[in-house]
Design a protein around this ligand. Structure first.
Ligand code: MCA
Ligand code: AMP
Length: 503
């Protein structure tokens, strides 16, 4: 029976004794062993009475078992819904409820907190820990290491990835098998991945970058990954000699450059360095080339679209640009007010269309209609231009987004929480330059007349409600927010005033 996602990424490796994951302890997991683990998990999932199309919400640490759970969901026709390990219980409550997940898989340390939430949804809960232990693997180990993939078509949904929104409510981006496959297969060709590649993988696997870009590309090409639990400079330097390629967010590159042990010699044998998820400063690009001789290949993508553009493998990788639209992706720059295409070179809204573009936001038809045009073009919210040679430049964001170390943060979500705090009349949250994370979160509070907000207590409150990476690194109290004549808060003015706060 056919199941394109499983067949083309995983099934092609059936029985192969070639390495797939090189683990931190020196062990290697072969493709065959990985597929057996996935099949056992798929048997365990169907044993939990899950039906094709059901959502499986997964908040677990990075491990081979966590990756096998993704493969198992593909095989069993379930919708994989990975969640950032930094999310707090109150954030998770929303995702589980909104997606109506049928199964929640979490670390044992979060089981007690999540059980009432799962129960309220009549969802099951299983545990999977960083070391591969937990109730889900216990079930899986008692299962057969073979599973007949559930029949699926390319148009069936394969994953939901939640992305924050301008209104503060996260939206579940629905991705089909075709969305994932088309992008993975295009990138293998564009970036020349082969079975001989060994990718240094230190990204989290709950976002597009680490899961669909890095992992799917390696799967589709038959290569292997040095699978590190997180970015640790010592591990990166130690393992780089065994790798051929690396994908990372700009923070990876600035951290490597910040260490004298990262020498040209250490990187010389590498085939390819790729950057994305946030703007790579042209200066970082240049320093990296001066140190290693390599020009970083920068590409541009989104949760809703996977990858849209890439600098060329052969040809000039132009610093400060995100390269050309991928072969099957159409990209246009439009007038943000009218949607009319603009002449080449002019700055406007970037819109994209192609097999990579998602199906819409789960149960949010109005939000979908606002961003996904009927003709299939997705309004990215990024402002850019196409230069005379066809390179795409991202020059800013129409959306009020902060990107910190590659994680997206929508100010609205934090502002809603700050506005609710005692003594606060209103707030504004902005991103300001940060040497390590690129940008970081700054909160500005306007007190209610005659009141003095307790800044420490408010910071503490953000800590219980919001994931760590969203916490304002500082709160500033101001008498009034700058506003334009329309009454809109002038965040640009605030960003200008506080731009040197962390640099
Ligand atoms: C960790 N912290 C952060 C971040 N990460 N704070 C702000 N922004 C972050 N990104 C917190 C930690 O909890 C810690 O808190 C403190 O900051 C310092 O942590 P540190 O040890 O320095 O951080 P780290 O654990 O080394 O992580 C930094 C990191 C990591 C390596 C940059 O955030 C990372 O792997 N980022 C990649 C994100 C990613 O994959 N994005 C792709 C999204 P405390 O002070 O309490 O100790 S997909 C996407 O964007 C699209 C589709 C695309 O194009 O790819
Ligand atoms: P996400 O919501 O995590 O999918 O993040 C997508 C956003 O990250 C895009 O809309 C861009 O604003 C930003 N982004 C991704 N790659 C790049 C890049 N290479 N340069 C600049 N911004 C990027």
């Amino acid at each position: 029976m056919s199941n394109p996602l499983y067949d083309r990424l995983f099934g092609i490796h059936a029985g192969k004794q070639t390495p797939f994951l090189h683990l931190p302890d020196g062990e290697t997991l072969t493709h065959a062993a990985f597929l057996e683990m996935a099949a056992r998990l798929a048997n365990a999932l169907t044993g939990l009475e899950l039906e094709p199309g059901d959502r499986v919400a997964v908040q677990v640490e990075k491990s081979p078992e966590a990756l096998a759970l993704y493969a198992a969901c593909a095989q069993a026709g379930l919708i994989f819904l990975p969640l950032n390990t930094a999310y707090t219980t109150s954030e998770l409550n929303y995702f589980i409820e909104n997606s109506a997940a049928r199964l929640v898989v979490c670390d044992a340390t979060h089981e007690a907190g999540l059980t009432p939430i799962a129960r309220a949804q009549e969802a099951r809960i299983e545990t999977l820990n960083a070391d591969g232990s937990g109730s889900l693997m216990r079930r899986a180990l008692g299962m057969l290491p073979a599973f007949e993939p559930v029949k699926r078509s390319e148009d069936d949904l394969a994953a939901f990835l939640y992305t924050s929104g301008t209104t503060g409510r996260s939206k579940g981006a629905m991705l089909t098998q075709a969305n994932l496959l088309s992008n993975a297969e295009t990138l293998v060709t564009e970036w020349r991945f082969t079975k001989d590649d060994v990718l240094l993988h230190a990204l989290p696997i709950f976002h597009t970058h680490g899961l669909f870009v890095a992992t799917n590309v390696v799967l589709a090409s038959g290569g292997s990954m040095i699978f590190l639990p997180k970015f640790d400079l010592d591990d990166m330097l130690r393992r780089m000699p065994d790798a051929t390629s690396m994908m990372g967010v700009p923070t990876f590159y600035t951290r490597l450059l910040g260490d004298d042990r990262f020498t040209g010699d250490l990187a010389r044998h590498m085939r390819l360095f790729i950057s994305g998820s946030a703007p790579l400063l042209a200066e970082t690009h240049e320093r990296f080339e001066a140190r290693t001789g390599h020009r970083i290949l920068e590409r541009y993508g989104m949760t809703e679209t996977n990858m849209n553009t890439s600098n060329p493998y052969d040809g000039e990788r132009r610093a400060g640009t995100v390269g050309f639209p991928l072969p099957d992706v159409e990209l246009k720059v439009t007038n943000p007010e009218t949607g009319e295409p603009l002449p080449q070179g002019e700055i406007g809204m970037i819109e994209v269309r192609g097999p990579n573009v998602f199906q819409g936001y789960w149960q949010m038809p109005e939000k979908t209609a606002e961003e996904l045009r009927e003709d299939g073009f997705f309004i990215t919210g990024d402002l850019g231009r196409v230069d005379e040679d066809g390179y795409v430049h991202i020059v800013g964001r129409g959306k009020d987004l902060i990107i910190s170390g590659g994680y997206n943060i929508y100010p609205k979500e934090i502002e809603l929480l700050l506005d609710d705090q005692p003594g606060v009349q209103e707030s504004a949250v902005i991103g300001v330059p940060h040497p390590d994370f690129g940008e970081t979160v700054l909160g500005i509070l306007v007190p209610e007349p005659g009141q003095t907000p307790d800044v420490e207590a408010i910071l503490a409150r953000t800590q219980t409600e919001l994931a760590r990476f969203k916490h304002p690194r500082k709160l500033i109290v101001m008498d009034a927010l700058p506003r334009n004549t329309m009454g809109k808060v002038q965040k640009n003015a605030l960003r200008e005033v506080y731009k040197d706060m962390f640099t």
